[in-house]
Design a protein around this ligand. Structure first.
Ligand code: ATP
Ligand code: MG
Length: 277
């Protein structure tokens, strides 16, 4: 990205006041929503993530690909606050959130799903989404009456259900959903926190062709107004969806660019795509 584009795309942070507390919002379209600079995570002698930098813009899907053990999930954990980096920094909008807790980062507008399905199976679809929406109720809104807050949580949950295409399954038990629908439910739960940035770790894992196709359509539709960092092994989906790609091997970025550039990169072919495609 050129410096001009970067400057033009910088988010306009605005501040609104809610009940005496300030809430920062990042607004402009095409804005730089998330950036990682020189992130490194060491587990003893292993550098699982080694000097990784990347950026994510609004209305963009940035895919992170690479072989098993490349460090993709560890990278998402660094970005979400689930793991503290050994060194490097993470900016969410214009805020340095390095070392923040996952809860604080989530409240700042970052939502994530995990590589392993993470839903409450005995609860209904609606209950799962509503719980996720409730977890996002900002501290600044605590002055709201119980009724107002109840309405706001329900509205967030309804909107997330609608966006994720699960309306018809609202009252089904989460345990009765197909695998594909359960992954869809995780997306709905992430959306219920009203994130600007979504980190999705292998949302297509274990899906059949039809389910994968539905998920691709869903991700395409939620790209609008969000930035999505997508970790995925399904290369058909990745190349159908990604605007930008980062390729990791052994913790390091070996290539970064547009899909056509990545496809044509001999180093990427040798290290990863050659064996997959
Ligand atoms: N908590 C941990 N402690 C020690 N080593 C870890 C830990 N988490 C990950 N690793 C190691 O870090 C490396 C990167 O793992 P990571 O899970 O990030 O890879 P990945 O790219 O997500 O792989 P996959 O495609 O299989 O999901 C691996 O060698 C893994 O064994
Ligand atoms: Mg992983």
């Amino acid at each position: 990205m050129s410096e001009d584009v970067r400057r033009a795309g910088l988010p306009q942070a605005s501040t609104i006041s809610l009940g005496g507390s300030e809430v920062h919002q990042v607004t402009s379209v095409g804005a730089l929503l998330l950036s990682a600079k020189n992130l490194t995570k060491r587990f003893g002698g292993l550098a699982a993530v080694n000097d990784v930098s990347l950026e994510l813009l609004r209305n963009q899907i940035h895919a992170v690909i690479g072989p098993n053990g490349a460090g993709k999930s560890t990278l998402t954990n660094l970005l979400s606050g689930d793991l503290p980096p050994t060194s490097g920094s993470v900016m969410l909008g214009q805020r340095d959130v390095t070392g923040w807790s996952p809860e604080k980062i989530s409240a700042q507008g970052l939502g994530r799903s995990y590589q392993k399905t993470n839903i409450f199976l005995p609860f209904s679809v609606w209950e799962n989404v509503r719980l996720a929406a409730q977890s996002r109720q900002p501290h600044a809104a605590r002055w709201l009456s119980h009724a107002t807050s109840f309405i706001a949580v329900n509205a967030r949950a309804e909107k997330a259900l609608e966006l994720s295409g699960l309306q018809k399954r609202k009252n089904s038990g989460a345990g009765t959903l197909s695998h594909g629908e359960q992954r869809q439910l995780e997306i709905a739960m992430t959306l219920a926190t009203e994130p600007q940035v979504l980190l999705l770790d292998e949302p297509l894992a274990g899906m059949g062709a039809q389910e994968a196709e539905r998920m691709v359509t869903l991700l395409q539709s939620i790209k609008k107004d969000h930035g999505i960092l997508l970790v995925e092994h399904d290369m058909d989906a990745v190349f159908a969806l990604a605007d930008q790609l980062t390729v990791m091997v052994n913790g390091q970025v070996i290539a970064s660019g547009k899909p056509a550039e990545i496809r044509a990169d001999a180093g990427v072919q040798a290290a990863y795509l050659g064996e997959e495609h």
